[in-house]
Design a protein around this ligand. Structure first.
Ligand code: FEO
Ligand code: CA
Ligand code: CA
Ligand code: CA
Length: 656
């Protein structure tokens, strides 16, 4: 080999554009709808409180149980500065500790292989250990239905692979065993965690411990179950898929299940003959890929051989973490795209409204509304709620109003003549259907979260979009107001009547990210306090504090327009204050993602993803510690993604 491996490997395609013809909406309008009246909105001045009658308590109608002590008025911690230290930095009075690192045993009795610092674990061992690149995560108190804050389950995603770190020799001598190890390093972990003498530990062994991988059998529900487009040679009925992968952000339901969301799955498939179908093109499947290499040794990922296999990815998957034998289910009613997360809310009339972003440049924001209502005391009925309902895509109008456009077969041109024979086909081709309806192309929708104190009040991170305004691409519009958008923004919307089943909303922009003293006006943000860019992870705690995590790409981290801004970080704000305070900075080359609080808000779990990532996405196996040696330090063999548990030294509430 003449060049080092990491130079030969092309960057993954996650950031490419698949929407060939995004509609430039209102490019002439530069009315940046900044939120000046957010406090009014979130305290019910728009009649929101009055919109929660119909026999349900306010708590049931809200997204998450809000603290009985009410909404926080101030941030109580002292912010930390920008950092380029190869460690997790938290404010004075807090402790952060890494646990459940990539390769640590998940905790299945009698099957707990230790991590080998030389990356020498086999595929079989990897299936019993933490996967790579921890991402979205949720805490489920034990026992089910309790509000316990010192014992529970953590379910978390393992988003993608770095083949340079996964093997001692990277992709040299490529074979099926290597692809299998990669397949076993993706998916989901369920671990049992408990606080002993103030110290959180993974419980091993645990009867809940489970790894779900790219080969775990899972069911299909909803209109695309059994559809012709879902049938393969291995599954002629179109009802059973092997595995989930590229699990990015997440959701959780009020009945205690975990939702894992399949994002950049198209990076794994290839169609080597080059006869890329329009559907494959719209989802970004290419002729070649050099990051994962599975399709070279496992025909399942070669769409020339298995044309429908890609259709079985790009879904939201529901997992019951309390039953390690349960079969995960892919819910096709929630649409097929590059799912970031799935924020579940309960509407005033008891139905579910689930909000989801499609994270690619110029893609859309979606919502699913369940046909049937949530029943607080009927878990088995609730388990079917995500199987039937209506999927909508968002249009953000320039005047600050918005519309949810239904993706329903037979309506608005979603007909057989236009390539949508039935509802199953609408869902397999969700992006194409949304194009037809005139949805608003956004600046990479990442996480969505819901204000626990205001029904139908949602926030979404639009992380960045450096193609906005380029020739042939949509120009800035009201909801995506900056061309060459390097820093991103957070958009907010308020459902009509505070009711997620409604099809109209009002929107505004919470914040334009970036430094307020940036040289170029186009990159200037309107943050007061601690600056950040490329917001990604986003969640409210139960006091109404909004937590924001950043994912600045390593190609710009702390350089160019991001010079001086250090490593990726996590900041907090109280919406309406426009005051941002930095709570955490991560080690070198990482992104900060995954947010899970215990019910008492006294423990915060956060994930550190891809510490040590260099400019090329794939590490040099000969020099794995080139950028970072977190968390094991000099003694370790390579950087490892890990969960970080954060507590306040006085035992108090995080952020107070
Ligand atoms: Fe996996 Fe859009 O972040
Ligand atoms: Ca993300
Ligand atoms: Ca991101
Ligand atoms: Ca990521």
């Amino acid at each position: 080999m003449s060049k080092p491996l990491h130079q030969l490997i092309k960057k993954f395609r996650a950031d490419d554009i698949s929407n060939p013809n995004p509609q430039a909406s209102f490019s002439e309008v530069m009315d940046i709808r900044l939120s000046r009246r957010r406090l009014l909105q979130s305290t019910g001045a728009l009649g929101i409180a009055a919109a929660v009658p119909l026999g349900l308590s306010a708590a049931q109608a809200r997204a998450a149980a809000p603290s009985a002590a009410g909404r926080a008025q101030t941030l109580g911690f002292r912010g930390v500065p920008f950092s380029t230290q190869d460690q997790v930095v938290v404010p004075e009075g807090y402790t952060a500790r890494a646990f459940y690192k990539w390769g640590d045993p998940v905790g299945i009795a009698g099957k707990m292989p230790a991590f080998r610092q030389d990356a020498g674990n086999s595929a079989r061992e990897q299936a019993l250990q933490a996967g790579m690149n921890h991402d979205g995560m949720a805490f489920f108190p034990l026992p089910l239905g309790s509000e316990t804050s010192d014992h529970g389950l953590l379910a978390m995603n393992h988003e993608y692979l770095d083949n340079g770190l996964l093997f001692p020799d990277g992709t040299a001598n490529w074979n099926l065993e290597k692809a299998r190890k990669g397949q076993n390093a993706m998916g989901v972990s369920v671990i049992e965690v408990r606080k002993n003498n103030g110290n959180w530990q993974v419980v091993r062994p645990s009867r809940y411990a489970r790894r779900i991988t790219a080969n775990t059998p899972m069911g299909i529900t909803g209109p695309a179950r059994g559809h012709n487009l879902m049938k393969t040679q291995a599954d002629p009925r179109g009802e059973l898929v092997l595995g989930t992968m590229q699990n990015c952000a997440n959701g959780y339901t009020p009945w205690g299940t975990y939702l894992t969301c399949e994002e950049n799955w198209s990076d794994i498939f290839t169609n080597p003959g080059g006869n890329i179908t329009p559907l494959e093109k719209r989802y970004g499947i290419a002729e070649k890929e050099e990051g994962y290499l599975w399709s070279k040794v496992d025909g399942r990922f070669n769409s020339e051989i298995n044309p429908n296999e890609p259709n079985r990815f790009g879904w939201v998957v529901e997992i019951d973490p309390f039953d390690p034998k349960s079969v995960p289910r892919k819910h096709t009613a929630l649409g097929r795209f590059k799912h970031e997360g799935a924020k579940v809310t309960v509407t005033p009339n008891g139905r579910l409204a689930v909000y989801m972003g499609d994270d690619q440049r110029f893609e859309y924001i979606y919502k699913f509304v369940s046909k049937n209502p949530y029943q607080p005391n009927n878990r088995s009925a609730n388990m079917r709620l995500l199987e039937e309902g209506t999927l909508y895509v968002a249009r953000f109008n320039a005047d600050g109003t918005g519309d949810w456009l239904p993706l329903v077969h037979g309506q608005n041109g979603l007909t057989a003549e236009n390539g949508f024979a039935d509802q199953g086909e609408v869902l397999v081709k969700t992006r194409l259907a949304a194009d037809k309806l005139g949805a608003t192309p956004m600046d990479r929708p990442e996480w969505i979260t819901a204000d626990p104190f205001a029904s139908g009040s949602l926030y979404c991170t639009l992380t960045n979009n450096n193609e906005r305004g380029k020739e042939g691409k949509p120009a800035a519009d009201a909801a995506n107001p900056r061309n060459n958008n390097l820093f991103g923004q957070i958009i907010h919307w308020q459902e009509a009547l505070g009711d997620g089943t409604q099809t109209r909303f009002q929107w505004d922009i919470l914040v334009l990210a970036g430094r307020s003293d940036a040289q170029k006006a186009e990159h200037r943000g309107n943050i007061r306090g601690d600056a950040f860019g490329s917001p990604d992870g986003l969640a409210f705690d139960n006091r109404g504090v909004l937590w924001i995590q950043t994912d600045v790409s390593t190609s710009t981290l702390n350089q160019k327009e991001y010079a001086g801004m250090g490593n990726n970080q996590m900041v907090a704000t109280i919406p309406g204050s426009n005051e941002y305070r930095r709570f955490l900075t991560g080690p070198n080359g990482c992104e900060i993602t995954g947010i899970a609080f215990t019910p008492d808000n006294k423990t915060l779990f956060v994930n550190i993803q891809h510490p040590g990532e260099g400019k090329g996405d794939i590490s040099d196996p000969a020099n794995p510690k080139a950028v970072s040696s977190w968390p094991d330090g000099a003694a370790g063999g390579r950087p490892r993604s890990a969960t970080v548990v954060i507590t306040k030294n006085d035992g108090g509430i995080i952020g107070s």
